[in-house]
Design a protein around this ligand. Sequence first.
Ligand code: FAD
Length: 449
Amino acid sequence: MAPAQNPIISRHVAVIGAGAAGLVTARELRREGHTVVVFDREKHVGGLWIYSPKAESDPLGLDPTRPIVHSSVYESLRTNLPRECMGFRDFPFVPRGDDVSRDPRRYPSHKEVLAYLRDFAREFNIEEMIRFETEVVRVEPVNEKWRVRSKNSGGFSDDEIFDNVVVCSGHYTEPNVARVPGVKSWPGKQIHSHNYRVPGPFKNEVVVVIGNFASGADISRDIAKVAKEVHIASRSSDPAMYEKLSVPTNNLWTHSEIETACEDGSIVFKNGKVVYADTIVYCTGYKYYFPFLETNGYMSIDEDNRVEPLYKHVFPPALAPGLSFVGLPAMGIQFVMFEIQSKWVAAVLSGRVTLPSQEKMMEDLIASYATLEALGVPKRHTHRLGKIQCKYLNWIAEECGCELVEPWRGQQVDRGYERLVSNPEHYRDEWDDDDLIEEAYEDFARKKL
Ligand code: FAD
């Protein structure tokens, strides 16, 4: 999208976070003519993709006073989406240069994603807008503006006034720990995937992994390389489910949910099987958490992890457009979603695009909750876009006059997830959608001209 020629209003905007969402938001805001300060508590850009071998001191992440390690990336992590559909639209995530440290695979390692985000920040001179090692500790509305309090590595606190705040602080740091009946008296070790890094500590153990989606599928297989046995418990399966998997190792079983954990160290599954386990690994997702945000009661996060009220997952009606969120929905073409949402925010702030009235936004939101309920979507999945993601993104794209999502992107995501479910061992290295790869590269070439 070309920079706006005549932005109607230029705002002074604070962006919280310099991960993928914050980087593209800063770029889009500046393109639209706003002045931008990005705050990040890390030393570098990249957010979640900055791998740290260090995990948090509390393995379940339950202690609210624990020092935070932001990243949830484990050492062996490769992307769970093909790289072509992941990248920003005018800066494709394609293998770059001859540097041997780069990873040209279609599903590259986490290091390659970080390198890509650093390239992106360099290409668009984004670092000049960022205050590194500066944590935002409070954001609150004052007289139609926003007061942002931050503290830097030297402990110095500062209050500043901004016209608008865009929250891009990520949502994969605050563990959601599944409730297991009886676990309080169960004597083994427990850890959430947020604090999982390498399989070494699980050598010769019997491990129960709860959750079998992207992280659960990866981590269980990573641990199985060194453990005695790994048992995966998953909510979606039928109660009698029990299967021994022969690949990649011969020590992996899938079960239905856990019925109970017992004082004698046993875990009883709903399928009637019993194992004596050393460790439970919770791959049960994350909670939205914005400890810095004071909205005077206009927003909340309910016990089902719904952030409300939030029009189209971006604007809280009573506080819009002063406050907005980029990157809240999960499971989809994340970087492209950040790009399109941030174009919308930038255009709304400049006045080029108008939001509906507060009442209309609330009406829309209530109708969307009713639709989810009628479709039987659990409340905890409010911010999961899944199959409707392209429709959602195209609605925003039309709203702010930017290019619609290329159909091949959605198709790559769908085919990729089908492979992940049917072939979790090899889905990153075996595929049948060369036609979609070709379409993507033709598209990249066309956009370069
Ligand atoms: P983050 O990358 O988490 O960045 C948030 C930033 O905000 C951080 O730098 C943090 O330091 C900063 N911050 C937070 N609070 C404050 C504060 N108070 N003050 C200052 N700074 C603050 N997506 C894909 O597209 N493909 C994948 O293959 C993929 N794999 C994933 C694997 C795992 C294990 C996980 C957990 C997620 C994965 N995702 C993947 C989703 C991924 O999270 C997003 O793609 C994306 O990188 C998130 O970017 P973000 O900018 O929203 O958040």
